[in-house]
Ligand binder design. Structure first.
Ligand code: HPA
Length: 288
């Protein structure tokens, strides 16, 4: 038997009784700063949550935070596990399913990524329009868990067009340049070879990173709306003048971190104000 998301969700609900998050946020490498802006209701280390997978990567705190951000009840994963850590792909279904069980309807995913475009370099943000999963792994392979979703499901418009429009409008208003494009998930843990980068460019990639597609697959399977933004930390191998490293990723993640944090906070504020009726159903205890 694998990890049971119901055990994890029960434990979290006992830690924050009656609190229902409506939006889940997964923070990528070096983006932990957003966590400091949360009006915290409960903060739990992943390692203390039963049946919750652990990350071993430096720069990923491994903490689940429940609270309010931009006035919205949210749950934030500060850190995540990655396929390159050698985890059973099925374990990567657990965190998103736990967030779903806690009550979220929208999942916001962030990551650090390398850009294929010289004019979209370090310090820029890219709204993900679609993805290419080059890992040959998928958390949904194996018996389907019908409690969460159907065996077969569509990945068209996986990155919700309405949420994307919303992010674009906010970015424009805030004068933040927001690129758009296709994210390619490379298994890692090494960065790509220049030959691989050439191949991926032909395939249609605009940015490459080592995360995100497992969570998005699981989120779409269970009917969550998804938006995702890449924090561009470098130009891809072969285009980049600096040698790629995890330290470089963490350092350059800081460049656009503030923009991304602001974008997400304003997104949540306007979501609460304007899209409450279309995206989010009020619950009985006024916990909206
Ligand atoms: N490749 C893969 N993952 C990454 C990169 C990259 O260039 N930058 C940040 N994460």
């Amino acid at each position: 038997m694998g990890l049971n998301p119901y055990n994890a969700a029960d434990f979290i609900q006992e830690t924050a009784p009656g609190f229902r998050p409506r939006v889940g946020i997964i923070l990528g490498s070096g983006l932990g700063g957003l966590a400091d802006r949360i009006d915290v209701v409960a903060s739990i280390e992943f390692k203390d949550i039963p049946d919750f997978p652990q990350s071993s990567v430096e720069g990923h705190a491994g903490r689940l935070i429940l609270g309010r951000l931009g006035g919205m009840p949210i749950v934030c994963m500060q850190g995540r596990i990655h396929l390159y850590e050698g985890a059973d792909p099925q374990d990567l279904a657990v965190p998103v399913r736990v967030l779903k069980l806690l009550g979220i309807e929208i999942l916001l995913v962030t990551n650090a990524a390398g850009s294929f475009h010289k004019d979209v370099g370090p310090g820029r943000l890219m709204l993900i329009t679609d993805h290419i999963n080059m890992t040959a792994r998928n958390p949904l392979v194996g018996d389907n868990d019908d409690r969460f979703g159907p065996r077969f499901f569509s990945m068209e418009d996986a990155y919700d067009p309405t949420l994307r429009d919303h992010f674009k409008a906010i970015a424009k208003e805030m004068k933040i340049e927001l690129a758009e494009g296709v994210y390619l998930h490379y298994l890692g843990p090494n960065f790509e070879t220049p030959a691989e980068i050439n191949a991926f460019r032909i395939l249609g990639a605009d940015a490459v990173g080592m995360s995100t597609t497992p969570e998005v697959l699981v989120a779409r399977h269970c009917g969550l709306k998804v938006a995702a933004i890449s924090n561009i930390t470098n130009l891809v191998a072969g285009l980049s003048e600096t040698k790629l490293s995890h330290e470089q990723t963490l350092e350059c993640a800081k460049l656009a971190a503030e923009d991304l944090e602001q974008l997400i906070i304003i997104f949540l504020e306007t979501l609460k104000r304007e899209l409450l009726k279309t995206h989010i159903k009020e619950d009985d205890n006024g916990n909206s």
